[in-house]
Design a protein around this ligand. Structure first.
Ligand SMILES: *[C@@H]1O[C@H](CO)[C@@H](O)[C@H](O)[C@H]1NC(C)=O
Ligand SMILES: *[C@@H]1O[C@H](CO)[C@@H](O)[C@H](O)[C@H]1NC(C)=O
Length: 415
């Protein structure tokens, strides 16, 4: 009798375990999922076969906006998420012919990136088709097969975001190949972004603090724009990036564990001569399927390495590829820890308490890995990967890269 009771109990337990697997927005981070709607707010259902995961699980896809937790500090006290080549989106529509042959770095629209908490966009701009286009190219020349879209389209997305989120601040970092006189001025004005422009005259030039985020919102100076072209600061009032920012090396050197040195255009990281510090963290060749591995433990290690290399200065910007991919908390957990450390001396920004002395942490939230714990307090955007994001086709990847290199060779041969 006892035995059959036990069996019945076991039966019920196993029945319960197999059928009550979470669903309908109840699955927490790392819990197995099967549908996009299974995971809780701020999470999506993804995978990471590169780390030996055999089934989909809930992965974090949104930041905790640090100013929603600790507000009112100078802009340069915070760490913001930046998308490297924010425009180079898998499945972006083809506007210039039947085929694009280039690299991709992100998977969702710029609007969606902003909703998920991205606050910095790296954009490559070229003169093209009597306009300014976002393009992924080489030798300063945009081609039909490497073009994405007119830059104004993306800038209008930024305008819409800034206008509906009146306290948010966005930074745009331009790799600038535009030679049309006043081309960028016209572009930003036409996009309606001039009204948010942070004036270059107010930017700290000797490593001092920036205005507070509350002052920036009050003055509506909520768009920071930096160019790689030094001449444009004098001619168009667009800040020359290397006067205001230090950066480590982009590409493969930036993901090499244990070393973090400045890129050649930048002053040394520890020079304290610029008040903003951007950490590049993405390999030279972006591979979607590998990003979940890169954006996990190795990222945490590199943040620590760059922090030390910069003389114990926390990066203000963390620039990555495929920002939503990770083995769980990814770049979002990394940002929580970075902001937690600088804003309140706690393990995570979610442990910070407004108006409390540094080091006064919410002890129930002092843990390594957090879902966005309080979505109403943070930003409520949405998580969305493009349809092809979970199906990565190695053959098409190889064909694309093969064609790309062939194309480069051809161009050099014809020159
Ligand atoms: C390049 O793209 C433009 C559209 O932006 C189109 O008008 C032109 O015909 C294309 N050229 C070629 C060679 O496909
Ligand atoms: C965080 O994780 C590391 C290793 O994964 C562990 O050693 C450490 O104790 C954890 N810290 C907290 C606060 O849970």
């Amino acid at each position: 009798m006892k035995q059959s009771c036990l069996l019945l109990l076991l039966f019920f337990i196993s029945f319960f375990l197999t059928t009550s697997a979470c669903s309908n927005g109840n699955c927490q981070m790392l819990e197995p999922c099967s549908l996009a709607t299974d995971c809780a707010a701020g999470l999506y259902c993804g995978n990471c076969p590169q780390l030996g995961k055999s089934q989909p699980f809930c992965i974090r896809g949104q930041t905790n906006i640090p100013t929603a937790i600790i507000n009112g500090l100078p802009f340069n006290k915070y760490t913001w998420l930046v998308t490297h080549n924010a425009f180079s989106i898998v499945d972006a529509p083809l506007l210039t012919g039947p085929q694009r042959i280039t690299f991709y770095n992100q998977e969702d629209s710029v609007t969606n990136q902003l909703r998920n908490g991205v606050r910095g966009l790296m954009l490559d701009m070229y003169d093209f088709e009597n306009d300014i286009w976002l393009c992924h190219s080489f030798r300063g020349q945009c081609y039909n097969i490497t073009a994405f879209q007119p830059a104004i389209n993306t800038l209008r997305e930024v305008e819409a975001f800034l206008s509906s989120n009146p306290t948010e601040i966005v930074t745009i970092i331009i790799e600038d190949y535009v030679h049309t006189p006043k081309g960028l001025t016209k572009l930003f004005t036409d996009a309606g972004l001039d009204k948010y422009w942070f004036p270059v005259s107010k930017m700290p030039k000797k490593g001092e603090d920036w205005p507070t985020v509350t002052d920036m919102a009050r003055d509506n100076h909520r768009l920071l724009v930096f160019t790689s072209d030094s001449s444009k600061e004098a001619t168009e009032g667009i800040a020359y990036q290397w006067r205001y920012m230090v950066e480590n090396e982009p590409g493969d050197p930036g993901v090499k564990q244990g070393s973090c040195s400045n890129r050649k255009e930048s002053k040394p990281l520890a020079s304290k001569a610029a008040s903003l510090f951007l950490q590049n963290y993405f390999p030279t060749i972006p591979v979607q399927a590998e990003a979940c591995k890169e954006n996990s433990a190795p990222l945490t290690d590199m943040v620590a390495t760059c922090y030390k290399a910069a003389g114990n200065t926390m990066p203000n910007f963390l620039a990555v590829n495929f920002y939503m991919r990770s083995d769980g908390g990814g770049v979002f957990d990394a940002l929580d820890r970075m902001n937690g450390q600088t804003l309140c001396g706690c393990v995570s920004v979610t442990a910070c308490q407004a108006r409390a002395p540094s080091g006064t942490c919410r002890n129930n939230e002092v843990r390594n890995s957090t879902s966005p714990t309080n979505p109403t307090r943070g930003f409520s955007g949405n998580v969305q990967l493009t349809a092809s994001a979970s199906r990565i086709n190695l053959t098409s990847l190889l064909v694309t890269y093969g064609l790309y290199f062939f194309f480069i060779l051809l161009v050099f041969y014809l020159k």
